[in-house]
Design a protein around this ligand. Structure first.
Ligand code: KIV
Ligand code: ZN
Length: 391
């Protein structure tokens, strides 16, 4: 395996699913899991089995239906959770138990009411217990980025000694900034000396989840935890489509590889939007409705002359049907003429001017652009009942 291979750990079905408006039934989780497998993620976190019967069943069925997939089940660092996770993974060919406990002083004091020594001991015991069931154990130090780094290193090394194969250092509350995050991860990578894969799990409270994850990869992290459309607790998780495409489009400065088939990104995003109660915002990178739409006249003109003037990737590359030239009040004659031709009308200069005038009059009073039917109606008003000119 190349040293620059980055594992994509998808937690759409766990961290994503546990957030408001994102609940999925087991059959829905299975549909999404199928798409994630087609997409080529490396690890599928299918649920938190102690949390509900549904989560238990989802992990069990995902593992049964996708035997070649590495399937993870989440468990707090305690016997009951770990046993339940292990049970849900019994039929799995490639099971992973993902156990976690918070390590920051804030969490220790207000949430856990435990000392650092107690947390260290419980983390080690949890990893040992998980290892008694499976070979692949991930340990997460919840709220790692607000944890005293010396203590974080101590807990992580103890968990590696206890058998953890992946150490995940979550930015649970989305507090980090990229330079700081890179430095923290770099320190841990050095301390672990290749004995465990370093993973990151960034939340997006400051809109920095992708940037922080990339900084971590540059510092040596080789697993990124992320979700489709960036769904997840509060402002969400690192968006899978964004981090994958950043590494692909900017391979010159981010020379990392994943196994993701980028053409499945948009279909995966669409499917998730169908299954939950909301889709990505229109201006969402990669998969948003407007991600490949051009409305401003100058942009449309440049785009029509040479696509790369205003596009850094093709819609096709990420499975989006086609670039969209949105015809609205900012559009120019060039783009309108191109649309007329696409609709079958080669107009004279005079007719194009007339069509353009009427088009702008309508578009000026609109927040949204005109659709093809509306443009056709204007063309017909101008050219009368004349048949499309064809080629
Ligand atoms: O955000 C977080 O810290 C988590 C852990 C359970 C990995 O989701
Ligand atoms: Zn999380």
């Amino acid at each position: 395996m190349s040293a620059n291979r980055v594992y994509i750990f998808d937690t759409t079905l766990r961290d994503g699913e546990q957030s408001p408006g994102c609940s999925m039934t087991t059959p829905e989780k299975l549909r999404m899991a199928r798409k994630l497998v087609e997409l080529g993620v490396d690890i599928l976190e299918a649920g938190f089995p102690i949390a509900s019967e549904g989560d238990f069943e989802a992990v069990r069925r995902v593992a049964a239906e996708f035997p070649d997939m590495r399937v993870a089940a989440l468990a707090r660092a305690c016997r009951l959770d770990i046993e339940r996770a292990a049970k849900s993974l019994e039929g799995a060919k490639r099971p992973r138990i993902h156990t976690f406990i918070a390590t920051s002083d804030i969490h220790l004091k207000y949430k856990l009411h435990k000392t650092r020594e107690q947390v260290l001991e419980e983390a080690v015991k949890a990893v040992e217990l998980a290892r008694s069931y499976v070979d692949d154990v991930e340990f997460s130090a919840e709220d790692a980025t607000r944890t005293d780094p010396d203590y974080l290193e101590q807990v992580s090394l103890a968990c590696i000694d206890a058998g953890a194969t992946t150490i995940n250092l979550p930015d649970t509350v989305g507090y980090s900034i990229p330079s700081e995050h890179g430095a923290l991860i770099g320190r841990m990578v050095k301390a672990f000396q290749g004995r465990a894969i370093v993973s990151v799990h960034c939340h997006d409270d400051l809109g920095l989840a992708v940037a922080n994850s990339l900084a971590a990869v540059q510092a040596g992290a080789r697993q990124v935890e992320c979700t489709i459309n960036g769904i997840g607790e509060r402002a969400g998780n690192c968006s899978l489509e964004e981090i994958v495409m950043a590494m692909k489009v900017r391979h010159d400065v981010l020379p990392y590889e994943t196994a993701v088939n980028a053409r499945e990104l948009y279909p995966a995003s669409r499917l998730l939007s169908e299954l939950i109660t909301f889709g990505p915002q229109p201006n969402k990178a990669i998969v948003g409705e407007n991600a490949f739409a051009h409305e401003a006249g100058i942009h449309q003109d440049g785009y029509l002359k040479e696509r790369t003037t205003y596009e850094i990737m093709t819609p096709d590359e990420v499975g989006v049907p086609a670039s969209r030239l949105v015809l609205g009040k900012h559009s120019g004659r060039h783009a309108l003429n191109q649309r007329c031709v696409d609709l079958g009308y080669r107009l004279s200069k005079e007719d194009l001017n007339l069509v353009y005038e009427r088009f702008i009059a309508v578009a000026d009073n609109r927040k949204k652009g005109l659709n093809n039917d509306e443009i056709l109606a204007i063309i017909r008003q101008v050219v009368g009942a004349a048949q499309p000119a064809g080629d």
